[in-house]
Design a binder for this molecule. Structure first.
Ligand SMILES: [Zn+2]
Length: 190
């Protein structure tokens, strides 16, 4: 995971705010984890219609909790050739702010390998967090800041029912950050 470079224009204040916003309110019930489980079993059975309806249900529950305008989700069998997200790390989904449509796909483009459940759910949460950036937090853009990844990770670990790992960052050039995996894995193991 790699953050975007800070913008050079008037959006810099919003970017910094997104970077600092490292927490996301989470539901205190188990509805999202329960729906995530049904996504997992539908994926295992390779029943795309069930995956679709479970994803729509997941989104509906999340929209209600965060009180944001509706967005919709399209689950595609495989990755489309043209992908909106410009970040090369995003191979599994995208979000269009104008139409408020999330797309996630079950197979990668080239080798047609099935996306793992963890990656699929993480992508769904990631794209939903783009929706929250525009519609809940009112950011002018939805940058991949450290705060963004923290918020997406909180939602993902809540939905997956796994303990939240704090992300450990190291600075790289251009004001960007990347995850320090060796340090994260050490702290998880220790
Ligand atoms: Zn993204």
């Amino acid at each position: 995971m790699l953050t975007d470079a800070p913008p050079r224009n008037s959006n810099l204040a919003g970017f910094r705010e997104s970077d600092r916003l490292t927490r996301l309110d989470l539901p205190d019930d188990a509805s999202l984890p329960a729906i995530a489980k049904s996504i997992e079993s539908a994926m295992k059975a390779e029943q795309i219609a069930r995956v679709r309806s479970a994803c729509a249900e997941f989104l509906k529950a999340a929209l209600q909790f965060y009180r944001v305008p509706d967005c919709s989700v399209r689950v595609l069998a495989s990755r489309p050739l043209r992908v909106r997200e410009q970040w090369t790390t995003e191979l599994f989904g995208d979000y269009a702010p104008e139409t408020m449509v999330i797309r996630v796909w079950m197979r990668t483009a080239v080798r047609k390998e099935i996306t793992s459940f963890g990656t699929f759910l993480s992508t769904l949460c990631h794209e939903f967090c783009h929706h929250l950036d525009y519609r809940k937090f009112g950011f002018a853009d939805s940058w991949h800041t450290r705060g963004f990844y923290e918020r997406a990770a909180m939602l993902y670990h809540h939905a997956r029912g796994t303990p939240l790992k704090h992300l450990v960052w190291v600075p790289i050039s251009g004001g960007r950050w990347r995850i320090d995996w060796p340090r994260m894995n050490r702290s998880a193991g220790g």
